[in-house]
Design a protein around this ligand. Structure first.
Ligand code: PRP
Ligand code: URA
Length: 206
């Protein structure tokens, strides 16, 4: 299932990020804010379990989240989505996947992996602003499935139809959330119109 989060605030902030004149500070700040807004929607259907707590007045039969949440940013650019979501879910644990895309072949290469030990029971949110060919997202999802993850959601800012199709084919059980579905990839594997190289724009490396 693919969900495009058509919210005026998300669209407005994404427009700022797309603008090539937007500098690192504003790029990061808007990404942070969008991440929080997206988390609100991505978590809408999380299961709850009943619990009774004592208020200062009486027993209250209420609910709490049934599952732990694990945030799994794909380094580097995925780091830009962590803080905004963690602010809303401060109990979330964080795992890390280091992948870079070879500029010639566009194939992802793994260079780091570190996870909490509750992937099998948790709702795992894989985070990456860009879903281009889908190679990185598919590799990341493969990595956490090998470690037992079952409940997985992929949270990206901008997707290309090619990337969505690749994830849907390889991992039909994974729900995909996007702030925008763009037109296509160019011959260098960049999303058109996209927002350029997310990692470089977040970290100021170009
Ligand atoms: C970018 C982006 C994704 C990947 C998307 O990362 O953040 O991880 O490319 O492309 P794909 O869907 O074709 O795999 P990059 O490899 O440039 O690394 P970086 O985050 O360190 O800049
Ligand atoms: N990675 C990026 O950062 N941007 C793109 O458009 C494609 C892959």
């Amino acid at each position: 299932m693919v969900t495009i989060l058509n919210h005026p605030l998300i669209t407005h902030k994404l427009t700022i990020m797309r603008n090539k004149e937007t500098k690192t500070k504003d790029f990061k700040q808007n990404l942070d804010e969008i991440a929080g807004l997206m988390a609100y929607e991505v978590c809408r259907d999380l299961p709850l379990k009943p619990i009774t707590v004592e208020t200062p007045v009486a027993a209250c039969h209420t609910y709490e989240l049934q599952n732990d949440i694990v945030l799994i940013p794909i380094l580097r650019a995925g780091l830009g989505l962590v803080n905004g979501i963690n602010d809303l879910i401060p109990t979330a644990k964080v795992g890390f996947i280091g992948l870079y895309r070879d500029e010639e072949t566009l194939e992802p290469h793994e260079y780091f992996a570190k996870f909490p030990n509750n992937l099998a029971e948790a709702v795992n949110l894989v985070l990456d602003p860009m879903l281009a060919t889908g190679g990185s997202a598919c590799a990341a999802i493969d990595m956490i499935k090998k470690r037992g993850a079952k409940n997985i959601k992929l949270v990206c800012l901008v997707g290309a139809p090619e990337g969505v199709a690749a994830v849907e084919k390889a991992h039909p059980d994974v729900d995909i959330y996007l702030a925008a579905l763009d037109e296509k990839l160019n011959d260098k594997g960049y999303i058109v119109p996209g927002l350029g190289d997310a990692g470089d724009r977040i970290f100021g490396t170009k």
